[in-house]
Design a protein around this ligand. Structure first.
Ligand code: SAH
Length: 321
């Protein structure tokens, strides 16, 4: 970048080419998102200001963003935030960037918790737990969209917990959530919940090196690795979480590709679990396993369905949504 006049249009074109050269996956989009961020404008602004010259300070700030992006720092980390469920979450290098797939888990939980509230099966205030909370994306969205809910969250990373606390404050939800630092369900011993939710680390150890550098190098390893076969956290949750569910409560877990059947099996191996559902994501990949501890009668799958069968339970769940 020399001292010619850099207009919005020119700098975008230059950056797009540079990102392309450096193997960045969506060069134009990233160039625009970062520039809009530097200019504190919406992306659409760029299109009607192509000929506008950039100020020296803006150029310097944009150059910093470009440098980070070609080092494969995720856009969300450069921006310091990510939109999830229509809400803005602060993200840092200590937190997983919330993924659109996780909205499936949130939506499934909100639907079922609402039905529980309507059927009167839950206590006056439904209490939920979010295990491995990261930015707090899961539980804070649920609290935001569902009145009459309270949450406890756990993360093993104190730095992630601090980010989740900031997000709770920013979203005006601080009074409805209690944060814990610790190992899975351990800090919640003796408590019971209408729902226990988790998007735990689930990448099989050997698959981590094949992930995009943005994920492999820049997202926290503790947020990714699910042990040898990726199922370590599900084994522990399936064993211990059902005893912490109130009668009529459920556990909802996000799973990785090809893990849903195995995770449903792990859940069903716990005698307290009476029914499971498997829900697909937008791409048709099985993404969420719901495991019920005595699903309330009004919320049962169709009587004709064999509720012990995953596929049928999945259909019933989809119809209900
Ligand atoms: N719930 C967030 C983050 C998921 S990433 C989201 O969906 O976007 C998984 C999270 O689990 C990370 O924040 C990681 O720090 C946390 N974690 C890893 N091992 C853990 C353990 N043993 N106990 C509690 N949390 C753990």
């Amino acid at each position: 970048m020399t001292n010619q006049v850099w207009t919005v249009g020119r700098i975008l074109k230059w950056t797009e080419n540079y990102f392309k050269e450096k193997g960045i996956e969506s060069p134009r989009l990233d160039a625009e998102v970062l520039l809009a961020h530097v200019l504190k404008q919406e992306r659409i602004y760029l299109y009607v200001h192509f000929d506008e010259p950039m100020e020296a300070e803006e150029l310097a700030a944009y150059r910093e963003c470009i440098k980070k992006r070609v080092m494969h720092v995720p856009v969300a980390h450069i921006l310091g935030e990510k939109e999830f469920m229509g809400l803005t979450f602060k993200v840092t290098a200590d937190t997983l960037v919330p993924r659109p797939d996780t909205e499936i888990l949130v939506q499934a939980a909100v639907d079922r918790l609402r039905s529980l509230q309507e059927s009167g099966a839950g206590a006056e205030k439904l209490h939920i737990a979010d295990i491995g909370t990261g930015t707090g994306a899961i539980c804070l969205s649920i609290l935001h969209y569902l009145e009459g809910t309270m949450a406890d969250t756990v993360d093993i990373s104190p730095a992630a917990r601090a980010v989740a606390e900031e997000n709770a404050e920013a979203l005006g939800l601080k009074d409805r959530v209690t944060f814990h630092t610790g190992n899975l369900l351990q800090p919640l011993q003796g408590m019971t919940f209408a729902a226990i939710l988790s998007n735990p680390p689930y990448i099989p150890e050997k698959d981590i090196e094949a992930l995009a550098p943005e994920v492999r190098l820049k997202e926290p390893h503790t947020a990714l690795s699910g042990g040898k076969d990726g199922l370590d956290f599900y084994r522990r949750l399936a064993k211990d979480a059902p005893a912490m569910l109130t009668d009529g409560g459920f556990m909802a877990l996000e799973v990785g590709i090809h893990q849903a059947e195995d995770v449903a099996k792990l859940a069903k191996a716990n005698p307290l679990i009476t029914e499971t559902e498997i829900l697909p994501d937008y791409a048709g990949i099985d993404r969420v396993v719901v495991a019920w501890r005595n699903r309330p009668e009004k919320m049962q799958a169709e009587p004709a369905e064999d509720t012990g069968d995953n596929e049928k339970a999945e259909n019933a769940g989809t119809e209900e949504d």
